[in-house]
Design a protein around this ligand. Structure first.
Ligand SMILES: [Zn+2]
Length: 213
């Protein structure tokens, strides 16, 4: 049986992210506009599971050589350009959106699936909060830019990412799916994730408000 995120097993939402706003892909200091190669590994697995070997090969042909190399042979611990990650996700979105309108969220969900693995039978809020806190704690292992803090709220939590020299609505679109899948795998139902502030819209943070039951 092929892998499938819990998010993919649900009906696609009626409203989808509009992917509007400004985008900065390299920034004033290109040496910090980097993400960890493991993110490309997650996308490769998602593409193989969703589009098969042939679909994966066809998508590779649409990419620039650097990005193609990152996804064809992902090196989990290497640093790769943020620009390449956005190029890849944009290409996945363009290629698969007719079939999967919420494909960006599904990409993020696949990352959470790989990172969490197990599925909790019923809601474990403490474990979920612990997982989100760890996400904030180990942020520097996955991105060379920005800071993040997690705050508990009465019915959930919020992740606040600040000081982003690079950003893209494509990147934020996959983050929403990552958090939705994180809630679902910890036994949460009705995962509600809304990005209430965004660098792409001129705000000083990308803030994701989450509630769950
Ligand atoms: Zn954002």
């Amino acid at each position: 049986m092929r892998a499938m995120s819990l998010l993919m097993q649900r009906k696609a939402p009626a409203t989808l992210p509009k992917l509007e706003g400004k985008e900065v892909l390299v920034g004033p200091d290109p040496s910090i506009a980097k993400v960890k190669g493991v993110m490309f590994g997650g996308r490769k697995q998602f593409l193989l599971d969703t589009a098969g070997e042939d679909g994966f090969a066809r998508l590779l042909e649409k990419l620039t050589p650097r990005t193609r190399g990152y996804v064809k042979t992902p090196l989990a611990s290497s640093w790769c350009e943020f620009e390449s990650l956005v190029e890849l996700d944009r290409t996945i979105h363009e290629t698969l959106k007719a079939q999967y309108p919420n494909v960006l969220a599904l990409i993020g969900a696949a990352s959470a699936e790989l990172g969490i693995g197990r599925i909790y039978r019923s809601l474990d809020s403490e474990e979920l909060v612990h997982f989100l806190e760890n996400n904030a704690l180990f942020h520097d292992q996955y991105q060379k830019f920005g800071s993040v803090r997690f705050e508990r709220t009465p019915n959930g939590g919020r992740m606040i990412y600040t000081n982003y020299p690079v950003y893209s609505p494509i990147f934020c679109g996959s983050a929403i799916g990552y958090f939705q899948e994180s809630i679902l795998r910890h036994g949460g139902t009705e995962p509600n994730v809304v990005e209430t502030k965004c660098h792409c819209h001129g705000d000083k943070s990308c803030t994701f408000e989450m509630t769950w039951k």
